[in-house]
Design a binder for this molecule. Structure first.
Ligand code: DGI
Ligand code: FE
Ligand code: FE
Length: 189
């Protein structure tokens, strides 16, 4: 597996704007890995690949979820969730990525999950705070990211959940589980 080839292959999956976001997430993930003792090369790889399938057609993702036995419950939640699981499947099957830690960080970067690993946290948070992000409250999350991965992620999931509630959308149970678990981790720290 050659990083330059993976970069070119990832670049080819998405429009310019998404690629710029990806490069921002790579930088942010490397920075968080340095701050919190994460594995820098794994953080870079997972961040590079995290939105691999983001620009794929909905039909294509739906077919993969059905045919490759990805969690069927995804289909009854927001389509925005699909690219994370489909992306993990795609980089494994198209590029032979086998590192389960990296694949999990890609798979759970949107929803989070209970028991998030350090790498899961780094990639998920990097996705929220990369320099191109501009949503209400992002600067508060950037500030929290300097002192606690967990506090920053609780704020980030909180902001996503608020938006989903305001729009009358369903919330994927793993996001609620992730937030609950992170709050518990903060209390135990
Ligand atoms: O792919 P990105 O745009 O870079 O970011 P992402 O993978 O975090 O996707 C975020 C989108 O997913 C955001 O618009 C909210 C949406 N979404 C829909 N349902 C859920 C959800 N996000 C979470 N965490 N949980 C949900 O249930
Ligand atoms: Fe994403
Ligand atoms: Fe992203």
């Amino acid at each position: 597996m050659n990083l330059d080839k993976l970069r070119a292959a990832t670049r080819a999956q998405m429009p310019d704007k998404r690629w710029k976001h990806t490069l921002g997430v790579v930088d942010a993930a490397i920075g968080l890995a340095a701050r919190y003792g994460g594995h820098p090369a794994k953080a870079e790889l997972a961040a590079l690949l995290h939105d691999y399938s983001k620009a794929w057609a909905t039909d294509r993702m739906e077919t993969i979820i059905r045919e490759r036995s990805l969690p069927p419950e995804l289909l009854v939640y927001d389509k925005e969730l699909w690219h994370a699981h489909v992306g993990a499947w795609a980089v494994a099957s198209e590029h032979g990525i086998e590192d389960e830690e990296v694949l999990d960080a890609i798979r759970y970067h949107t929803s989070g999950r209970e028991g998030m690993t350090l790498l899961d946290k780094i990639v998920c948070l990097a996705d929220y705070i990369e320099p191109g992000r501009d949503f209400p409250g992002v600067d508060d999350i950037r500030m929290l990211a300097e002192s606690s991965l967990e506090e920053a992620l609780v704020a980030a999931f909180g902001s996503t959940i608020e938006v989903l509630v305001k729009r009358g959308k369903r919330i994927f149970p793993l996001t609620v589980a992730a937030r609950n678990d992170l709050i518990l981790q903060m209390k135990q720290a």
